[in-house]
Design a protein. Structure first.
Length: 427
């Protein structure tokens, strides 16, 4: 059922309350991760067989013997062209977005600033269950490569056949993956986080996944760094009636088809008439989709909600409280409206910017915070694969000038060793 409610309805608050870590996923992740820590590859193999259906030996985990040229012979040339186009655009955006080292002069002739170094070994997770997300290969590995990471480990589920989609593998290799493992789910996160004889430990794990993958990433935080909370997909669309309802409906459905059944699509419009038209169009288009059964699960769980606001300003506030992964502003003066956005993983401004452009080709990564986490986290960037280092290079004059402050703080905090480290240099 797709409900239409007013902006102040309690149903809006209920819709917003989507747990990032369902209890079932938390329990499953805790159990599987403990097993992997204790038994390593053997536990991974058993979990792959249990949850993915493939009977793989540890020696079979890593994909070997595939090259870009061999894969190109198997893939439609138009698909190859599309992957190359997406990679080139994401790479260009990634390189342009990298933060640059900087420094400032200190009062007495020294310097202070920041510089960056790439991580040595990172892991990326690429979903491949209900849909082989070749685009995620581009949207993760390309960023790590642009950051200068030398070892990029990619994990993706292969299912019962043990075969990985060739387009997905092609995209991984083109983007710069140095190791590819046909292991998915919690077991992939555990393998990368703790390390096994087959796969050495990584320093950071990035990439989206289902609720179980998301729960596992949270639980390995501290053993490794993680990028963000990226679970079931979601979208919010704000419209003032100036954009074709068919386009609005198509955009809402673009995220509902991912397959977990827990996706969320929020539409905020400015009249009941618009709302009714959008609902009817969503239902009509659902019947035309190849994945309509998966979309229907979202509808049955009331994962699509249409809210009527009195104006665009009130509608924008509704979306800010939702803090969506993807936020489409389908209004007049969309770039002006965008200035009021406070919580969204990525923003798509204007009628000619469907969210799918961001998913596949626009440039920024489509790995974004979900479950309301856009209130706290940002989308994935190349700088997530680098370490930031601050530096200070004082002169004798700088230390002399700051010495009284250092000694004062040392006295207040009872840390006389701190104070002496400055004082002794002038004795």
């Amino acid at each position: 059922m797709i409900k239409i409610v007013k902006a102040g309805s309690a149903k809006v608050s209920k819709f917003n309350a989507r747990p990032a870590f369902p209890e079932e996923a938390e329990r499953a992740a805790a159990s599987a991760l403990a097993d992997i820590r204790q038994r390593g590859d053997k536990a991974v193999a058993e979990l792959v067989a249990k949850f993915e259906g493939a009977k793989l030996r540890p020696a079979d985990f890593r994909l070997k013997g595939v090259t870009l040229k061999s894969l190109e012979r198997k893939i439609d040339p138009e698909i190859v062209k599309a992957v190359k186009d997406a990679h080139a655009r994401v790479e260009k955006f990634s390189l342009a977005s990298l933060r640059q080292p900087w420094s400032m002069a200190t009062p007495r002739g020294g310097k202070a600033g920041e510089f960056y170094s790439p991580m040595d070994r990172v892991g990326v997770y690429v979903p491949g269950g209900t849909a082989p997300l070749a685009s995620t290969s581009v949207m993760t590995v390309t960023l790590a490569k642009a950051a200068g990471v030398k070892e990029i480990v990619a994990c993706t589920p292969a299912g019962r056949t043990g075969e990985v989609n060739p387009v997905l593998v092609y995209a991984l290799l083109l983007a710069g993956a140095t190791e590819i493992y046909r292991v998915g789910g919690i077991q992939a996160i555990g393998m990368m986080a703790f390390g096994t004889k087959t796969c050495r430990k990584v320093q950071k794990i990035a990439g989206p996944g289902n609720a179980f993958v998301t729960a596992a990433k949270r639980q390995v935080y501290g053993y490794v760094a993680i990028d963000q909370v990226a679970g079931p997909s979601e979208i919010a669309v704000l419209t003032d009636g100036s954009v074709d309802v068919r386009w609005i409906a198509a955009d809402l459905l673009s995220q509902a088809e991912h397959g977990s059944g827990w996706e969320k699509s929020l539409c905020v419009c400015t009249s009941r008439e618009q709302a009714e038209a959008i609902r009817a169009e969503v239902l009509r288009q659902t019947e035309t989709l190849s994945r309509r059964e998966l979309v229907q699960r979202v509808i049955d769980r009331e994962g699509i909600l249409i809210v009527v606001a009195k104006d665009v300003a009130e509608g924008l506030e509704v979306v800010n409280r939702f803090a969506p992964e993807h936020f489409e502003i389908m209004t007049k003066d969309a770039l002006k409206v965008m200035k009021g956005v406070r919580a969204a993983g990525a923003v798509f401004a204007g009628a000619w910017t469907p969210e799918s452009a961001g998913d596949f080709v626009a440039g920024p990564s489509h790995v974004l915070p979900t479950g309301g986490a856009a209130n706290m986290f940002n989308g994935l960037t190349p700088d997530d694969f680098r370490r930031r280092h601050s530096f200070v290079a004082f002169t004798k004059g700088d230390l002399s000038e700051t010495r009284p402050t250092i000694e004062a703080f040392a006295k207040v905090e009872g840390l006389d060793g701190h104070g002496r480290a400055a004082t002794i240099r002038f004795e």
